[in-house]
Each structure stands twice: as C-alpha cells, then as structure tokens.
Design a protein around this ligand. Sequence first.
Ligand SMILES: Cc1cc2nc3c(=O)[nH]c(=O)nc-3n(C[C@H](O)[C@H](O)[C@H](O)COP(=O)(O)OP(=O)(O)OC[C@H]3O[C@@H](n4cnc5c(N)ncnc54)[C@H](O)[C@@H]3O)c2cc1C
Length: 381
Amino acid sequence: MRGKHHAETIIVGGGVIGCAIACELAARGHDVLLVERARIAGGTSCAAAGMLGADSEEFTHAVMAKLARQSRVLLHEQEERISSLSGVEVGLQQHGFITPFRSYSEVSSYKNNRSSTLSEEPIWWDRVSVQQEAPWLNRDTYGAYYRPSESEVLPVNLTQAYVRSAQAMGARVMEGVQDVHLHTDVNGVQGIETSLGTMTSRNVIIATGLHGEELMRQVGLSSPVLPVKGEIAAVQFSPHHVGYRPDKTVYAEDIYIVPKANGEVWLGATSLPGRTDTKVSVQGIQKLLTAATSWVPGMKDAHFLRAWAGVRPSTPDGLPYVGACESVPGLFAAFGHYRNGILLSAITGSLMADLIYGKTSEELGIQDLSPNRMNRKEILQ
Ligand SMILES: Cc1cc2nc3c(=O)[nH]c(=O)nc-3n(C[C@H](O)[C@H](O)[C@H](O)COP(=O)(O)OP(=O)(O)OC[C@H]3O[C@@H](n4cnc5c(N)ncnc54)[C@H](O)[C@@H]3O)c2cc1C
C-alpha cells in the first residue's frame, strides 16, 4: 500500500466523527480518503454509551442545543439507509429517557439548575405514574421526568455503519497509517506525509478526537483538548428476571442505565478529568453498581458481563472545534466533541460536507465552533 495516493479530501481519524464525515462526503459524490492510525472505531467511540440525549444533556450554548436536536433527527433519518448500505444494524432504539428523583427538593434543585429554554419540556410522572410506567424503578422514587424523544444506539455499530456506507459509495479507507504530518505551503494544504507514503489532497480534515491538538500544532495552531476519562459496566438480566430489566434509559444525576439493542444494560459513567489511561478501577465500578442497584433494585440479580473505560475529548469552553482553519486554506477541524460525539456525529458530517462544498461557518451559524477561536483569544490577551 506504500506509495503515492491522491484524494480531493483526506480525513485523518476513523472514529465516529471521521466516519460520519466520510459517509456524508461520499454520499455527495466527493472523492474522499479516510486514514486511521490504528483501527476504525478503536478510539473513544468504542467506549461510549451511545445515548442520543439531545434534551437530557445540559447544553448551555444555544448553538449546541440546536445542533444536538438536529443531529438526533438526522441520525434517525439516516439509520435505515446506512444500515442497508453497510449491512450493519446500528441498534437505534427510541424508548425515551427517565430522570428520577428521590424527593421534592431534588426536583426543585434540578429545575433551578437547568436552562429550560434550551430543551423540550419533559413529561412529569408522579409516584403513581412512575410505578405504572417503570415498575422496575425503586418504589421509593418520588417522581420523574420522561423525555420520549430521546434515543440511543450501539456506538461501534454506528461508526462501522458510517464507514462501510462510505466505502459502498466510493470512499477509500486505510487503517494502520502512522506518523501523519500535514504538508502545507503558501497556498495552504497540499496533503499529508505518512508511514505509508505521500498522500496529496486539496483538503485535510482533522478528526482525531483526543489527539486533534497534536496535528493542529504542526501548523502553529493551538486548539487544546482536555481529557476526561469515563468508565462503564455492562450487565445482563437472565430470562426469568426480565420483568426487572429497565425498558427505558434512566438518566439520573448519579448514573445512567441504558438498555441496549443487544440485550445488555450499560451503566455509566464515571468522570475523571485529566486522566488519559483506560484502566478500569474497582472504585469506579463499585460506584456505578451501587448507584444502579439503588435506582433499579432488581439489578442485583443481573449478571456482571464486563467493564471498560475511554477518554472523552473535552475543550476549555466546552464547544467542539468544527470549521475551517482560517490561516491554512484547505485545513479543517472536527474534534473535541466531549461527551456527545455519538449524538453530534450526523450533524458534524453534514456541516463538514457543507464547508468542503464552499459554505462558510457564518452561513451555517457555527462561527462559535471555529477551530481558530483559542488563537484569537491568545492574540487579544
Ligand atoms: C465513558 C464514555 C461514555 C460516553 N457516552 C456517550 C454517549 O452516551 N453519547 C455520546 O454522544 N457520546 C458519548 N461519549 C463521547 C463520545 O464517545 C466521543 O465524543 C466520540 O467518540 C468522539 O469521537 P471522535 O471520532 O472524535 O474520536 P475517536 O473515536 O477517539 O476517534 C479518533 C480516531 O483518530 C485516530 N487518530 C488519532 N490520532 C491520529 C493520527 N495522528 N493519525 C491517524 N489517526 C489518528 C484514533 O486512533 C481514533 O480512532 C462517551 C465517551 C466516554 C468515554
């Protein structure tokens, strides 16, 4: 495979973001090459819980709240097409999310801490409704908010569905491409140099998640990514305990409990800022299991399957970097999606394709996500 390759656009990074962009560009008939240094869906995307919590997540920035909802809609629209093109079931389920409370004061402080204008009004379930609608929840539950539009997917399947659909529509994909160096001159991007040779292109999109900053630094740009480690446990209910199995996602303050399309129930997640290792700690899993069995007491009879950890790519202002790198024509960024990269994958693919086809960030209303924003702040200081 070593040698000279050319594509109109090269995407670096084969996580859910890079694969979603490849899929959208290929769907528009674009000549695209995706390079991944290890294997597709081997980074943070394989550690996610896969929730599409556009209303439950606390987006304090109006643009993010809007993009999250658009992305969820887009993903639902795409699901059938990418599943059939790729032959991969993405495990999309729309059972809604429940946010339960133990007391009236918990409800009040939840309401006070939320910017209600940014999310859809949830349905309130009192104690009786909770017992009717979610009989597997702890009987002491005071009440709960229910958000029926919320859904979730199997994240690795979604990533694979994107990339295989992209390939089915003509995109090229190369795994094991190491030592990527951006090749630029006075005219902007010319391509990349790699362990597998030179690859020329008009555009390069950096979609390397946690490692986005490393490539940006090669062209003198600073787009910091802050690691936030998270651990998840998977359990399974035996057939005779099926009545105790949650049939909706529990999105509580201390835990989320997600019944997956593969029959497992995923419990997540811890949040450890600054940590980049993917070891699973006894303390972390103990915390998750304690919180999960407190909300769903029948979970005590479930079988423990496995646990894993991943590192979320956060940013100093909580916004991802999505846009053109103004100082280097042809260079684009799409990373830093923190805890919502699965949810935001579809809209990121669509926005990046629009940018490649000449739309501006202003036209798309995403100036605030500019990958240059930290550099501008540094200049102003
Ligand atoms: C515990 C946990 C739970 C989560 N739950 C959810 C959830 O419920 N819903 C949700 O929406 N999000 C969730 N997330 C967040 C989500 O997983 C991430 O936002 C998303 O996976 C980021 O995708 P990405 O493609 O940017 O990064 P990645 O998946 O990390 O992909 C980047 C890829 O780039 C490659 N790469 C890096 N450097 C280079 C290089 N120099 N050259 C070539 N390739 C390179 C890597 O090998 C990797 O494959 C969760 C994350 C964690 C850790």
